[in-house]
Design a binder for this molecule. Structure first.
Ligand code: SAM
Ligand code: SF4
Length: 482
């Protein structure tokens, strides 16, 4: 009970607030006002989006409610164009690392829920983390996100130790260069410690922005039952200077149209409060079947593939400078279709069980996991196929390591920086992957992608640097970046 007591103190700040920044009624009013918008209205919003200006909620509502096939098609085309303009042809790769599935909460949809007796509970030791990380490195991973249930074992000191362990693990030519975090909402003091240890993005999904649905999904006597403690997680991070934050919704718990508006309101709230700095990323997980839960059979709001495609495109148009993360929860066909509409990051080679990388090496069945994965292809296969699609896989971690986050990142993202820095760094990190980890087939596809994208580098000096760096890498040098 002591564990829970400290939260009562934390909750006070939010219980005293008259209201939060999600107004359920207003969101529905805005959506209802624009049922079946005229083509002219849709086009007006698209004209604004083309200028890469963040949309207002009413404008997003117009896109959400648009059912006209012709202008929906225009939405898709513009979303793809914006993606290319802002991010180039890059897709950033990462893989999650599950550290603990012990959890005091009881979220109705999650396999880690306290009352689920059907899974084995486990928190990795530092040695086991090292083992998992070595396997990830040996497969070519450079970026990870550490995932934790919420329990007395996953204290902030444990979390910090686990991050240090990840960074300190080396294997042959490789190492993990960026560790992001997906854990329970933390206090400011705890977040300060996370900042000190050097994390990338601090990610917390609101799951659902709809207050009533949130209450139904998260029993009140649990920590997670406190909507506002979670809603203001990113504020607390920003307050202590941890300005690289991620938000997300678990699509399928409530109406996707409402949730999209919630994500936009959250972005606007952060931008207004923190000098124009909104979330670095938005994640769009769809609910998957999970052992010991009644989901997704109970999910009457399950999002159809067609709507999923639409919602990713609308996000791209509404928040042009925010990364969109699409996870391996989705099947390969869906990923391929949705990727060009605005996605900037995907995971591949993912194993989601605690100790899952080691288990998959031993060909153990991926039992007792949090939920089922849709894309079980290896990192090598996904890299090869991404290259064949004309995109450029990237393992770049340069901005984070150079301290370009928050306000500074927004500055660089809004200039030609992406094309002069991110594209060269994508080429260089893909080359590292091809040299050290790729199969023959992926090597071929990767070298072709590099050649094609080298030709697209406009700045002569940058191109010269990249060509020389590629040579140095052939000679054995690693981790060269612009
Ligand atoms: N315990 C922390 C929390 O709840 O924020 C972090 C870990 S939790 C395992 C990470 C995310 O998994 C949750 O935020 C939720 O969106 C997602 N998740 C839970 N159950 C899921 C399911 N059945 N299908 C897809 N994603 C799920
Ligand atoms: Fe625990 Fe997070 Fe799963 Fe909820 S979603 S049961 S808090 S691990």
């Amino acid at each position: 009970m002591k564990f829970l007591d400290k939260y009562k103190e934390y909750f006070k700040e939010y219980d005293e607030m008259e209201k939060d920044f999600i107004d359920d009624e207003k969101i529905w009013e805005q959506l209802n006002k624009h049922v079946n918008p005229s083509k002219e209205n849709v086009k007006k919003v698209l004209e604004k989006a083309e200028k890469k200006i963040r949309l207002e909620p009413e404008e997003m509502a117009i896109l959400i409610q648009n059912k006209d096939p012709e202008t929906i098609n225009e939405m898709y085309k513009l979303a793809s164009k914006l993606k290319k303009d802002v991010y180039g042809d890059r897709i950033v790769f990462f893989a999650p690392l599950y550290i603990s599935n012990k959890c005091v909460n009881n979220c109705k949809y999650c396999g880690f829920r306290k009352e689920n007796g059907k899974i084995q509970r486990k928190t990795l030791t530092m040695e086991e983390i090292e083992e998992e990380v070595k396997i990830m490195i040996s497969e070519g991973q450079k970026r990870t996100i550490l995932v934790y249930g919420e329990s007395p074992e996953t204290t902030i000191d444990f979390i910090c130790d686990s991050i240090r362990q990840v960074y300190n693990t080396k294997f042959e030519n490789g190492e993990i260069r960026r560790a992001n975090i997906n854990c329970a909402p933390l206090s400011r003091e705890e977040l300060k410690k996370l900042k000190e240890v050097g994390i990338g993005t601090y990610q917390v999904f609101q799951e659902t922005y709809h207050h009533e649905t949130y209450r139904k999904m998260h029993p009140e006597n649990t920590i997670k039952g406190h909507y506002r403690w979670r809603l203001y997680s990113q504020d607390r991070a920003m307050d202590v200077g941890l300005d690289d934050v991620g938000i997300g919704v678990l699509f399928g718990l409530y109406d996707w149209r409402f949730e999209l508006m919630g994500l936009l309101y959250h972005t606007i709230h952060l931008e207004e409060k923190y000098n124009g700095v909104g979330p670095h990323t938005i994640s769009v997980p769809r609910i998957e079947p999970a052992i010991g839960t009644s989901y997704p059979s109970e999910a009457k709001y399950a999002v159809r593939d067609e709507d999923f495609k639409k919602l990713v495109a609308i996000l791209r148009l509404s928040v042009p400078y925010t990364g969109i993360i699409l996870t391996a929860r989705e099947k390969p066909e869906v990923r391929e279709e949705v990727l060009p509409l605005g996605v900037s990051q995907i995971d591949a080679g993912t194993r989601i069980g605690v100790g899952g990388y080691k288990k998959s090496r031993g060909n153990e069945l991926p039992e007792k996991e949090q939920f089922q994965l849709g894309d079980l292809r290896s990192l090598d296969v996904v890299i090869g196929e991404t290259c064949k699609m004309g995109e450029l896989p990237s393992f770049c971690t340069a901005c984070y390591r150079a301290g370009r986050t928050g306000e500074e990142f927004m500055e660089v993202a809004k200039s030609s920086f992406v094309h002069n820095f991110c594209m060269p760094n994508a080429i260089l990190t893909l080359k590292e992957y091809l040299l050290d980890y790729a199969s023959e087939e992926t090597k071929k596809a990767g070298e072709e992608a590099i050649k094609k994208h080298l030709d697209k580098l406009k700045d002569g000096k940058t191109k010269e640097f990249v060509l020389e760096a590629l040579n140095r890498m052939e000679q054995g040098e690693r981790d060269i970046r612009v």
